[in-house]
Design a protein around this ligand. Structure first.
Ligand SMILES: Cc1ncc(C[n+]2csc(CCOP(=O)(O)OP(=O)(O)O)c2C)c(N)n1
Ligand SMILES: [Mg+2]
Length: 575
């Protein structure tokens, strides 16, 4: 066996795991590791401009590729700067390994320079974390970390490594298997439960599938399609489930939830059996839980037993990997027509067309998204910010492939868009990647433009510039009597800003300029930035007001008056 330094053992182990890219930022505690990195040219290190960018880039990379994303930071402030990105990955079940330097072992617990207890801080937002106290255990820890990050319900794992462990010598042996007796995810669903589910589905005249990101993670898109098409079951998806079932398929009725399609929410309200697959009944998807799917028996398939019954009552729980469970379930399903039910949904879709863009002289944000869809022919990967831009990107682009919409769902992290888009483009260099940013969110992580230029990442950026923290302004308009406190915001001249970074850019203020600008961005070889100056007070519809149930969906501006007059009655706790 070969003796190596801890830093070499770490690099060797990363190579064994197939890691190709590390998003990182150096500092004292990780200097021995950085000094070793040039010995491993297989590991491309991308120097971000802020560690939050490293975590989001690793996240975007992981979602776009299905591989584990890796980020690296020094101790203390480097490690704490990763925290938002780790929490983001945790809530959206994204496989990630975050490596942090720690002060040398003799200094731990002494409030040493740049010491924080990062394993303590990240305990609730990681799937697992490690403080490595000897170089001899590093290989095993890396092996376990990657296994934990990608298996079962994926998530982030943090490895904290003291500075002197990087320097310490030990023998390198990479384990071929993990031995984690306390961690055995249940992958196979219980056959009796699956049988019960099959019977319920076969007997139902109004079944509905709600599909989430678990379908994508499990690689079960084909199995889902088979279930939906064989039994003619309409499909609605969560925000993160978008793309798991082609949005251009006739059985796809769009996203449900707070800003979901009105007809998707109506379908949930009327359904007799709900088959919830790889989703976790997030409150933005269910709206008021007591009013959720009042007529339905609920079948819930998820790999994480902690999700069963957490938010919503479940009649048939099935714990297991979605792909395997659907494979078994599909054998029990009898082909059916369900013409009346499908007709009913089609009628609702006609009567409540949720993606019609109203006529307007001004430049509407929805129009921008729609044109990006048309010019990219639905083939791009769209990475969004959080807020109105995110909802318009979800509503007005149609996603036919898994992982073609990358968005911060659970944590709702503004500033995710730019670094995550960078990570996605690094992972999928042959795909077109559009970052749809809010003017607020863009300014939170704008420094990554420098990384994009230095690393030649040809991401296309559309800033939806409404001059507001738009989603918060919308809530103030509807629920706080139009008092726009702390939501109007200025922005530097984005075209000049791009130029300062070395990125070509355009400003678009009029409708007819939209398509030529998008086409120019697509033709340009490198990164490109478009500042879309849109109608400042455009709102996102449909909208289920907070505290209301899915059936109480508002479809357009005329209904606002009603919300305003009712707003005193709304529970404000979740606003
Ligand atoms: C880091 C962070 N801080 C605060 C919020 C609360 N928040 C949600 S949406 C939003 C407005 C976002 O503004 P912008 O990025 O301009 O997007 P828009 O809604 O205008 O499209 C805010 C402040 C958040 N989601 N994330
Ligand atoms: Mg905005």
């Amino acid at each position: 066996m070969k003796r190596m330094t801890g830093a070499q053992i770490l690099c060797e182990s990363l190579v064994k795991e197939g890691v190709e890219v590390i998003f990182g930022f150096p500092g004292g505690a990780v200097l021995p590791l950085y000094d070793t990195l040039p010995q491993y040219p297989q590991l491309r290190h991308i120097l971000v401009r802020h560690e939050q960018g490293a975590a989001h880039a690793a996240d975007g990379y992981a979602r776009a590729t299905g591989k584990v994303g890796v980020c690296l930071a020094t101790s203390g402030p480097g490690a704490t700067n990763l925290v938002t990105g780790i929490a983001n990955a945790h809530l959206d079940s994204v496989p990630m390994v975050a490596i942090t330097g720690q002060v040398a072992r003799p200094f731990i617990g002494k409030d040493a320079f740049q010491e924080v207890d990062i394993t303590g801080i990240t305990l609730p937002i990681t799937k697992h974390n490690y403080l490595v106290l000897d170089a001899g255990s590093l290989a095993k820890v890396v092996k376990e970390s990657f296994y934990l990050a990608r298996s079962g319900r994926p998530g982030p794992v943090l490895i904290d490594i003291p500075r002197d462990v990087f320097i310490e010598q030990a023998e390198f042996h990479y384990p071929s298997k993990v031995d984690l007796p306390g961690y055995k995810p249940t992958l196979q669903g219980h056959p009796a439960q699956i049988k019960k589910a099959g019977k319920l589905i076969n007997e139902a005249s109004r079944p509905l599938i709600i599909a989430g990101r678990g379908v994508i993670i499990s690689g079960a898109c084909d199995e889902l399609k088979q279930l939906a098409e064989t039994a003619q079951i309409p499909v609605v998806t969560t925000l993160l489930g978008i793309g798991c079932f082609p949005e251009t398929n006739v059985l796809n009725y769009g996203m449900l939830g707070m800003h979901g399609m009105a007809y998707a929410n109506m379908a949930v309200d009327a359904a007799e059996v709900i088959i919830a697959i790889g989703m976790r009944f997030d409150d933005r998807a269910t709206a008021k839980v007591s009013g959720f799917a009042p007529h339905a028996r609920i079948i819930h398939i998820d790999v994480d037993p902690a999700e069963i019954g957490k938010n919503v009552r479940v009649d048939v729980p099935i714990v297991g990997d979605v792909k395997g469970v659907l494979n078994v379930l599909n054998k029990l399903i009898t082909p059916a027509g369900r013409g009346d039910w499908i007709q009913q949904l089609d009628n609702w879709r006609k009567e409540h067309p949720s993606t019609i863009i109203r006529d307007s002289e001004g430049l509407l944000p929805q129009h921008v998204i729609r044109k990006i869809y048309e010019v990219t022919q639905g083939e791009a990967i769209i990475v969004t910010g959080v807020g109105q831009n995110q909802m318009w990107a979800a509503q007005h682009y149609w996603y036919d492939k898994p992982n073609s919409l990358i968005s911060s769902g659970g944590l709702g992290t503004m500033g995710f868009e730019l670094p995550a888009a960078m990570g996605a483009k690094v992972g999928r260099p042959d795909s077109t990647v559009w970052c749809v940013a809010g003017d607020g969110g863009f300014q939170m992580t704008v420094q990554e433009l420098a990384t994009i230029v230095q690393e030649k990442v040809a991401v296309k950026i559309a800033v939806i510039n409404n001059g507001y923290l738009g989603m918060v302004r919308q809530w103030q308009e509807l629920f706080y009597r139009k008092r726009y406190v702390a939501t109007p915001l200025t922005c530097p001249d984005l075209v000049k800003l791009g130029e300062a970074y070395g990125i070509l850019g355009l400003r678009v203020k009029r409708k007819e300029e939209v398509v030529p600008a998008i086409e120019q961005a697509m033709k340009h070889q490198g990164p490109f930035l478009i500042d879309f100056v849109v109608e400042p007070e455009e709102n996102v519809y449909p909208m289920v007001p907070p505290g209301a149930s899915l059936a109480e969906v508002l479809e357009e501006r005329e209904k606002e008056a009603k919300v305003l007059s009712d707003s005193a009655k709304l529970p404000m706790s979740n606003i």
